[in-house]
Design a protein around this ligand. Structure first.
Ligand SMILES: Nc1ncnc2c1ncn2[C@@H]1O[C@H](COP(=O)(O)OP(=O)(O)OP(=O)(O)O)[C@@H](O)[C@H]1O
Length: 271
């Protein structure tokens, strides 16, 4: 065959390589540039199912952009992201934003905010009521959901945001620094709620956190990213039993995972 004939053969894209068993989200060849500069280039990652993955890395390495691309909030330049082999449009997801103040609709009572995605799905009144009862029981809500969001404390609003994200029973829950705008008491409260919900439902969660202790405490896997152009520096497994408690913080496995994460982080920051 001469060169002219070769040139006519269409280029076949590289075969899609699935992740190992237990993978939920498969990312292949993800590429994203901002202002002509690469943030991600040919980035591959497998995110496990029924696990909490914490994303940690240097400032500006693209933690939020990564989860936003997976959640479809930020368009990708190239690559493929599949959820159990399905595309995003066939996957139910939930998203909890850092800024809870802008997340809830101020003109709706809190209860209607939480029920909103259920109504969008076209569920009947009885189905909505029964799902709301379930959520209220599992979150052990002590505040009045008939109030408007602005009548609630920050922690109560963020609790409501998490309830809303979980209401339709998402396959994946994305959380972008959900605790960073909360005081310490509320952070502890919501962290425990999140852990309880995870133990009840096993929802795959992807959590961006700036607090290494929190990232490890909640995680089954800690995804450590490099400086940009961003690659996976390391994925650390952390397997202490749940529920994790204050006692967990002094467990050798916890201390070791945190130390190792910090070492990798520091290597990256100094690079
Ligand atoms: N819409 C945008 N336009 C241009 N640059 C952007 C845009 N969004 C993000 N960036 C840049 O991409 C990089 C990654 O941003 P991103 O917010 O994802 O990082 P991060 O790791 O979550 O940051 P931080 O640790 O500061 O929260 C940053 O340099 C940011 O300035």
């Amino acid at each position: 065959m001469n060169a002219a004939v070769w040139a006519e053969v269409p280029e076949t894209p590289p075969a899609f390589v699935p992740g190992p068993p237990g993978t939920h989200i498969t990312i292949r060849g993800l590429t994203k540039h901002f202002a002509g500069k690469p943030l991600y280039e040919g980035f591959d990652l497998d995110i496990p199912k029924h696990r909490i993955t914490s994303v940690f890395g240097p400032n500006g390495c693209g933690k939020s952009t990564l989860i936003n691309m997976i959640a479809g909030l930020v368009p990708i330049d190239a690559g493929e992201i599949l959820f159990d082999g399905k595309s995003l449009k066939d996957t139910k997801i939930g998203y909890v934003f850092q800024n809870y103040r802008d997340a809830l609709f101020p003109w709706m009572r809190t209860i209607d905010n939480i029920a909103y995605p259920l109504k969008l799905e076209g569920r009947s009144k009885a189905q909505v009521r029964s799902r709301m009862d379930e959520l209220v029981a599992s979150f052990d809500v002590k505040f009045d959901l008939n109030r408007y969001p602005y009548e609630l404390s920050g922690g109560q609003q963020q609790t409501a945001s998490i309830m809303r994200a979980l209401a339709p029973g998402p396959e994946v829950l994305f959380l972008d620094e959900p605790f960073s705008a909360l005081d310490f008491e509320m952070t502890l409260f919501i962290r425990e709620k999140l852990q309880e919900v995870f133990m009840q439902t096993g929802t795959t969660m992807l959590l961006v956190s700036h607090d290494l202790e929190e990232a490890v405490y909640l995680a089954d896997e800690v995804l450590l990213l490099t400086k940009r152009p961003t690659r996976v520096a390391e994925v650390l497994r952390y397997g202490d039993a749940r529920p994790r408690t204050v006692a967990t913080l002094s467990q050798p496995s916890f201390v070791e995972t945190k130390k190792r994460s910090l070492e990798i982080f520091q290597q990256e920051v100094r690079r």
